[in-house]
Design a protein around this ligand. Structure first.
Ligand SMILES: [Zn+2]
Length: 392
């Protein structure tokens, strides 16, 4: 039944931008959930429809508002990842301001139009909402494997993502430009990316539904006891995780171009352990091997996409606790006293690091204290503070 729902969605179902809204009588957080920003990943949009249907049927006490959106409507309805461009790589500040300046009729490509429509709804919702806003972006992957969450490493994001009980990946945003998660984070709101499993798997649909319920409960919109089967759903999500580290950080991205003829070796899934030098894929130039020991992450088994694979490494939970405490104590004020580290005159949230002078651990310390790699200028590295949620 669930499987047929996913298959039907590809062949027959027509999605609309607004999957639905649900609000309670009491004020509370704004939760914006997006499914299918990649059009070949309809499971998130379908799960959001299920959540809305259940909310309408049971009318539980609800604080705040849920807005559920379909991401790339045109691509969802065509059953493709995107038509011209990946809609989840278009959210850099520059691109967003260019799109904002256009009238809807002036947009050049299908994805420009999609972005313009999404921006209108998101901006309007944030404008009319005074309190906390939480953003959940639902995805599936081409390969089989455990569900996981992707966050920018702020303390609020950590708290919400840990509630999901799935592995958390840190540092992806430093390697992917223009994701909608980055855009929302930079606005100062909490933003969680959730990957439910394989595109067509019925379990992915269920995992998405569970992630939406857990997020609504963690945000304080609804009490878990009003959600039917909440505890069973959460247990089943935990069970689908398997033997995967709790928190991992990104170490390496293998980017691919259409002309690369990139082909992943068969049999890999998310979080397969690999060793340095192991054959992972092939392309026009020959073999592609692993640059270090680690866990393989998001191996590409579809024709469209710019990320061949990633490598991640386990983060010790001890260091997460240390970093949370250090951030509470504002230890980052001491960073400019380290050799090779300077504040940028025009941006108090950014630091200039000279890798010739600063030791490798300076960048690690910056990570611990909530900074991310921002850009490279000549031989200098610029790191900037991740925006913390305005409502921790
Ligand atoms: Zn996706």
């Amino acid at each position: 039944m669930m499987k047929s729902a996913i298959l039907q969605s590809i062949h027959e179902k027509k999605f609309h931008r607004e999957l639905g809204r649900f609000s309670g009588k009491q004020p509370g957080p704004l939760a914006i959930c997006i499914g299918g920003i990649h059009g070949n990943e309809p499971a998130g949009a379908l799960a959001l429809e299920t959540v809305l249907k259940k909310l309408r049927e049971t009318a539980p006490p609800f604080r705040g508002e849920l807005i559920a959106l379909a991401g790339n409507v045109r691509a969802l309805n065509a059953g493709v990842r995107y038509q011209h461009r990946d809609l989840n790589r278009m959210w850099s500040p520059k691109q967003v301001s260019e799109i904002e300046d256009l009238l809807p009729a002036q947009t050049a490509t299908a994805e420009d139009a999609e972005q313009r429509e999404l921006l209108d709804i998101i901006e309007m919702a944030l404008e009319h909402h005074a309190g906390e806003a939480i953003f959940l972006d639902l995805h599936t992957t081409s390969s089989e494997g455990s569900p996981f969450a992707i966050i920018s490493d702020t303390l609020t994001n950590r708290r919400l993502a840990l509630e999901l009980g799935v592995p958390i990946i840190l540092g992806l945003e430093e390697n992917l430009d223009g994701t909608i998660l980055n855009y929302i984070n930079e606005l100062g709101h909490a933003a969680i990316g959730f990957e439910a499993g394989q595109h067509r798997s019925p379990t992915s649909l269920l995992n998405h539904e569970t992630a939406v319920w857990i997020t609504l409960a963690a945000a304080g919109c609804i009490k878990p006891n009003y959600i039917s089967e909440f505890f069973d759903l959460r247990q089943q999500l935990k069970r689908s995780v398997g033997d995967v580290p709790r928190v991992m950080e990104l170490r390496h991205r293998h980017g691919v171009h259409e002309t690369d003829e990139f082909v992943m070796q068969p049999g890999f899934s998310n979080f397969t352990r690999v060793t340095k030098g192991q054959l992972l894929a092939s392309d026009r130039k020959g073999s592609v091997t692993s640059p270090e020991d680690g866990l393989l992450f998001m191996p590409l088994y579809q024709s469209q996409g710019e990320d061949g694979f990633f490598l991640v490494r386990e983060v010790n939970l001890f260091w997460l606790k240390v970093s949370a405490q250090l951030r509470k104590w504002n230890v980052d004020r001491l960073l400019p006293h380290l050799p090779g580290v300077h504040r940028l005159a025009d941006n108090l949230d950014a630091l200039l690091i000279n890798p010739q002078i600063a030791h490798w651990f300076v960048v690690e310390i910056c990570h611990l204290l909530g900074f991310r790699k921002h850009s490279q200028q000549d031989d200098l590295l610029i790191v900037s503070r991740r925006r913390q949620s305005a409502h921790p």
